[in-house]
Design a binder for this molecule. Structure first.
Ligand code: CTP
Ligand code: CA
Length: 225
């Protein structure tokens, strides 16, 4: 489908999706990373294009080719992701934060490769907090009627933790995944509950990431101003 297809419930809308996982460099050859594949974010971008939206995809370390019809911004770290999201969100109708953002980054970056020292234990790695992008864009909305969606992977008390996180982040919708074997990381399929700030709760049965993506847009579309 062509970009901004005239038909579809997202026609004329600009949506921003972040996908993948940030990498926080320690030195020129090493980083702290996570297992996010980016597949859910790509499914969100593809389905939004198919529904007529103008899509900005902010991609972090997925290694996947750019999806057709989306404007793609490539980033590496959480700080770079924040810059790109804030810029794109300034004129977006909806922002979906599907990326796994590193909570911490190394306090210092070594410009040369860190080397072993004979007979010595390694130095501990000091970390500092990264900015919370979702909380920031939710607290300072670029537009009052902008719809903001977060993701959360939880292992225990999935719904209670999800409700709590939705409130803390201040977003409109939170897609909560239960993490387990075969679920979420790198998988083709996903199972989730979408929690809404207005109290709504939409279960999404185990199935393709496209189906979850379409459910997200089904919930976003009627909330757009
Ligand atoms: N997120 C973000 N910036 C961060 C961390 C997370 O924007 N620095 C976003 C993620 O993209 C996701 C949502 O916040 O949409 C929830 O991420 P999660 O890691 O579950 O939340 P945290 O607040 O970091 O909680 P936890 O301590 O459980 O990791
Ligand atoms: Ca986190």
């Amino acid at each position: 489908l062509a970009r901004g297809a005239a038909t579809g419930d997202l026609a004329g809308r600009h949506v921003v999706v972040s996908a993948g996982g940030t990498r926080e460099p320690l030195d020129p050859v090493r980083y702290l990373g996570n297992r996010s594949s980016g597949k859910q974010g790509y499914a969100l971008a593809r389905t939004a294009v198919a529904r007529g939206a103008r899509v900005t995809l902010i991609e972090a370390n997925t290694g996947m080719p750019d999806p057709a019809g989306a404007d793609v911004v490539h980033v590496g770290t959480a700080v770079q992701l924040r810059e790109a999201v804030l810029k794109a969100a300034a004129e977006a109708d909806a922002v979906v934060m599907a990326a796994a953002v590193a909570d911490f980054r190394p306090a210092a970056y070594a410009t040369g490769k860190i080397k072993k020292k004979e007979g010595q234990e390694p130095e501990p790695i000091a970390l500092v907090r990264n900015p919370d992008i979702l909380a920031e864009i939710s607290a300072e909305r670029a537009r009052p009627d902008q719809v903001i969606v977060g993701f959360a992977a939880e292992t225990d008390d999935v719904l209670a933790n999800g409700r709590d996180k939705l409130r803390r982040k201040g977003c409109d919708l939170l897609v909560v995944n239960e993490v387990g074997e075969r679920k979420t990381f790198g998988a083709e399929e996903n199972e989730a509950v979408v929690l809404a700030a207005d109290g709504g709760e939409t279960p999404v049965p185990y199935g393709p990431k496209e189906a979850l993506a379409d459910t997200v847009w089904d919930l976003v579309a009627p909330r757009l101003g």
